[in-house]
Write a protein that binds this ligand. Structure first.
Ligand code: NAD
Length: 495
């Protein structure tokens, strides 16, 4: 059986004897074991991160940028391999996996501009013969803890920028699909990154807790479910770390009566069922405003029935399985709960079987109508291919639904009314808002992050928020020439 190890100081290794099974979600079969790092593994990774960071931070930003450029080329050359690693362990279609690696690659591309991004501010003569300037300096050793649903993209939201800024980085990927991070680390070494600057430490809560309580790790970036995000935020604060901690979501897509209905339905189908609904920007709630509800539900239903649910090896697959047997059961229990709560189950994805893949973790596209705000299927994140339609009398009621929800990651409105659209983008209490686009995911040179229970901390990820998160600001005030001597001053200078 293949064993997935750590990547420490430029080589694959592990001291731990503890292992966990990794499954192919399409077949349900075990394909590997991943090691669960021990305290000794952690200590080794940390030592190499600390040592390498000193020299790396003294490497000029331009030289760092050139390594990142080579890394970008290597990712492009190996993108098919990276995508198939993602698909096999996660289950998403190959095209979708490739798209996700590309979104990560764009962050590397952004980080190549690091000499420009680190430029500070300068003021000449803030006082007589006194100049003042600010610089952004690296934090030291940073760590990232990432979820199963984007094993390439989410880590790449973090480490390219952290490393470009002069930090070293320890990545703790999800134990459910751990292989891609190792290949990403190998390619970085091939691009010329010194050993130890990027280490990958496999494991579970045990190693997360070692990261959180270490005084040698300055900052933690987390992406995952809200209860764990909260825990990471609280523990990081307790141990004096800088932290950005991104949690779960329940994204609403509001369809106004004047919307292009076919366009809205395409948006809901792609964003609701793509990647089997296992995206933090998936649309899990469609808010039908006014009298379009019946037609909207009908159209979503027709399109949902046409979707091809198949393993990633089938090039015609629209969506693959969910991550695990336990997660499939959790989603199916939510569907049963929705029925018990009184929602109308229009399309039922439970007990979905594909010939030849009977043991795979497949859930079919599921559609609920008449979902209400007090139901658990509305309030909680299901993280599967389940779309709930909530009917709202008017725009105000729809906006209140968006704003009253505990999560605030993404939302979108479909309308042909510019005034409504402007009101929505201004007043939605949500981090990322779309107009006539279903998944408003910001590009690498903007920043990604939600509000409310979807993000704990002050900074979003990537873009300038990323650069600011991974650097400390220093402001220097300096007087030359030294021949000037004016005696001690006891009053705060005013010029
Ligand atoms: P998860 O919270 O179970 O795991 C995330 C990471 O935390 C993993 O590396 C895991 O090993 C670790 N972990 C799990 N339990 C822990 C614990 N008790 N203590 C310490 N560490 C722990 O999340 P997941 O199931 O892998 O991913 C799905 C979740 O991630 C969804 O809720 C989804 O919305 C969210 N997500 C959010 C974003 C975003 O940008 N906001 C992006 C992607 C995924």
């Amino acid at each position: 059986m293949k064993k997935i190890l750590n990547y420490i100081n430029g080589s694959k290794k592990s001291l731990s004897k503890k292992e966990l099974s990794v499954e192919d979600p399409s077949t349900g079969e075990q394909i590997a074991n991943v090691v669960l790092s021990s305290h000794e593994d952690f200590k080794e990774a940390l030592e190499s991160s600390k040592t390498s960071q000193i020299e790396w931070s003294n490497t000029t930003p331009l030289k760092r940028s050139r390594i990142l450029s080579k890394y970008k080329n290597l990712i492009e050359e190996n993108i098919d391999e990276l995508a198939s690693i993602v698909s096999q362990e996660h289950g998403k279609t190959l095209a979708d996996a490739k798209g996700s690696v590309t979104r990560g690659l764009e962050v590397v591309e952004f980080a190549c501009g690091i000499p420009h991004l680190l430029k500070g501010e300068f003021s000449q003569n803030v006082g007589t013969n006194i100049d003042s300037w600010s610089v952004r300096q690296p934090l030291g050793v940073c760590a990232g803890i990432t979820p199963f649903n984007f094993p390439a993209m989410v880590p790449m939201w973090m480490y390219p920028i952290a490393i470009a800024c002069g930090n070293s980085f320890i990545l703790k990927p999800s134990e459910k699909d751990p292989s891609c991070s190792i290949r990403l680390a190998e390619l970085f070494s091939e691009a010329g990154l010194p050993d130890g600057v990027f280490n990958v430490l496999q494991g579970d809560k045990h190693v997360v807790d070692l990261i959180l309580s270490s005084i040698d790790i300055s900052a933690v970036s987390f992406v995952g479910s809200t209860p764990v995000a909260k825990y990471i935020y609280e523990q990081s604060a307790k141990y004096g770390k800088r932290v950005q901690s991104l949690g779960g979501a329940k994204n609403h897509l509001v369809v106004m009566p004047d919307a292009n209905l076919n366009q809205a339905v395409d948006g809901i189908i792609g964003a609701g069922y793509g990647s089997a609904g296992e995206r933090c920007m998936a649309i899990s709630v469609a808010v039908a405003v006014g009298d379009i509800a019946d037609e909207l539900v009908n159209k979503i239903h027709i399109e949902a029935q046409k979707l091809k649910v198949a393993p990633w090896t089938d090039p015609d697959s629209d969506m693959g399985p969910v991550i695990s047997k336990e997660h499939k059961e959790k989603i199916e229990n939510y569907i049963s709960l929705g029925v018990n709560e009184g929602a109308r189950l229009v399309e039922d994805g439970r007990n979905y079987k594909i010939q030849g893949y009977e043991e795979g973790f497949f859930v079919g596209p599921t559609l609920f109508d008449n979902v209400h705000r007090d139901m658990r299927i509305y309030k909680e994140e299901i993280f599967g291919p389940v779309v709930s339609v909530v009917r709202a009398k008017n725009y105000d009621e729809a906006l209140n639904l968006v704003n009253d929800h505990q999560y605030g990651n993404g939302t979108s409105i479909y309308t042909s009314d510019g005034e409504i659209s402007r009101h929505f983008t201004t007043n939605a209490k949500i981090g990322m808002v779309g107009v006539n686009v279903p998944i408003p995911v910001p590009m690498a040179f903007h920043s990604f992050g939600g509000w409310k229970q979807s993000l704990f901390g002050d900074h979003s990820v990537h873009g300038m928020e990323g650069v600011n998160f991974y650097t400390k600001l220093k402001t220097i005030t300096s007087r030359w020439p030294k021949s000037i001597q004016s005696g001690p001053e006891f009053v705060i200078p005013t010029n």
